[in-house]
Write a protein that binds this ligand. Structure first.
Ligand code: IMP
Ligand code: MG
Length: 420
């Protein structure tokens, strides 16, 4: 199969980066299609830990082409510091890293607005990463954004930048010198990297026609999708498979397989409903064993049991063909493991994920309980080496989400991956 989409099916941080890295050796082209530097992809390379926010994780594989498509919002200075860090590790990406000219640019004003919007209502914070993501996407759909192709002209940049400040009623808060300063920085960035900028729909068409192996790498999880996630506690882009074609520029008929990543338990960072959240010793234990702290903001992630209602919804809206279960090793050492199979609201049972996510606050999980396992499984290399109860747990998830589980991850390194 030559065109693969790899998506985090929960609230992000499903361990996508490791699986992208694992699959990348088999690919020719790796494409990020949404999000921006709100993502934090942790990868272990040369015995060092790396966190990439924008550049696809495939970059660590020599010779692979990596692209940021039009659906990604680009913070030029974050990108530059990431490129610098890669060069320091002698990762050479000249001639194999590209950006679609249509991508919108995250500006300093977007970060200011992100912060400001969050402070408008103390009780209704989204808990964003404050990377300016929402305001940048909002400017894009308001048709005023600065896009990569604008970087070629100081005049265009100045006009557009002034317009953006006026649009947000902030023209008086910034002086001419500062506008000129931002224009110059953007222009210099454009001049320095103009050989990276491409008209990607034509290029990807050619890759597809040449049967190149292409991997679309999701950033935020499906339940943070702007339409189908727990609105308004979502990110501002389409994170689900349906968003890929429109964020890249090709026919949706050309995606051959969709791989969904599910973590063996749930986490969420930022605000929003989370029916299986554990505010107790068990939640703390998962957080500690899974090192569940945000790689972009350092915030502790909220932890809870696997919610099969949510996972099944996610598998459905994405059309997942095969599933990956990650971080199974984190669940070692529990007497009992629970899986949510339905929601109970005052005696009424619900088996569907609701459109109005606010009702989730009133749902209590109906749990199925399974015996845990004590063994450390992080060195298991084959399915048959896993303790019986760990196998049963994976089989149960497979049955509940009704998708075959083909890969199981039991640790951060490439070797800690079980296929079946
Ligand atoms: P934003 O994407 O910064 O606007 O944040 C919106 C919501 O998405 C917040 O709850 C963030 O914590 C969450 N979010 C954004 N990016 C990620 C990610 O890469 N992993 C997990 N949560 C994320
Ligand atoms: Mg992350």
């Amino acid at each position: 199969m030559s065109v693969t989409a790899l998506l985090g099916c929960l609230y992000g941080d499903e361990g996508k980066a490791k699986i992208v890295d694992y699959l990348s050796s088999d690919m020719d082209v790796i494409v990020r299609f949404q999000g921006g530097s709100n993502a934090g992809h942790t990868i272990h390379f040369n015995k060092k830990k790396f966190v990439l926010h924008l550049i696809p994780c495939g970059i660590f594989h020599p010779g692979k082409i990596c692209v940021l498509s039009s659906g990604v919002v680009i913070d030029p200075f974050q990108l530059e510091s990431e490129m610098e860090a890669l060069r320091e590790q002698s990762v050479n990406f000249e001639g194999r890293f590209f950006i679609d000219e249509r991508a919108a640019i995250v500006l300093p004003i977007h970060k200011i607005l992100d912060e400001k919007n969050e402070n408008l209502n103390e009780n209704k914070k989204i808990g964003t990463t404050k990377r300016g993501i929402g305001p940048c996407y909002a400017d894009n759909v308001s048709r005023i954004a600065i896009r990569i192709h604008d970087l070629k002209s100081k005049d265009i940049l100045k006009n557009k930048l002034e317009h953006i400040y006026r649009f947000h009623d902030l023209r008086d808060s910034i002086d001419f010198k500062e506008i000129d300063n931002q224009v110059l920085k953007l222009y210099d960035f454009g001049q320095k990297y103009k050989h990276y900028f491409i008209n990607f729909p034509y290029v990807i068409q050619k890759y597809m026609n040449d049967n190149k192996k292409i991997l679309f790498e999701g950033a935020q999880g499906s339940l943070l999708d702007i339409y189908f996630g727990t609105y308004p506690y979502v990110t501002s882009s389409h994170t689900i498979s349906g968003g890929i074609a429109s964020a890249v520029g090709f026919s949706p008929k050309r995606i051959d397989q969709i791989i969904g990543i599910f973590k063996s338990y749930f986490t969420r960072v930022g605000e929003g409903p989370f029916p299986t959240e554990l505010n107790d010793k068990i939640g703390k234990k998962i957080q500690k064993q899974g090192n569940e702290f945000g790689s972009t903001t350092g915030r502790p992630r909220r932890c809870g049991w696997f919610d099969a209602v949510t996972a099944r919804y996610s598998a459905m809206i994405n059309g997942v063909d095969t599933a990956v279960i990650t971080l199974l090793d984190v669940l070692s050492g529990f007497d009992t493991i629970k899986i949510c199979v339905a929601y109970d609201a005052n005696g009424t049972i619900y088996r569907e994920f609701p459109a109005d996510s606010a009702v989730l606050y009133n749902y209590s999980p109906v749990y199925l309980e399974m015996p845990g396992w004590k063994e450390d499984i992080s060195l298991c290399k084959h399915w048959h080496e896993l303790p019986k109860n760990a196998q049963k747990y994976v089989d149960m998830i497979e049955e509940l989400i009704n998708i075959p589980v083909k890969i199981i991850s039991v640790g951060p390194s490439r070797e800690q991956t079980i296929t079946r």
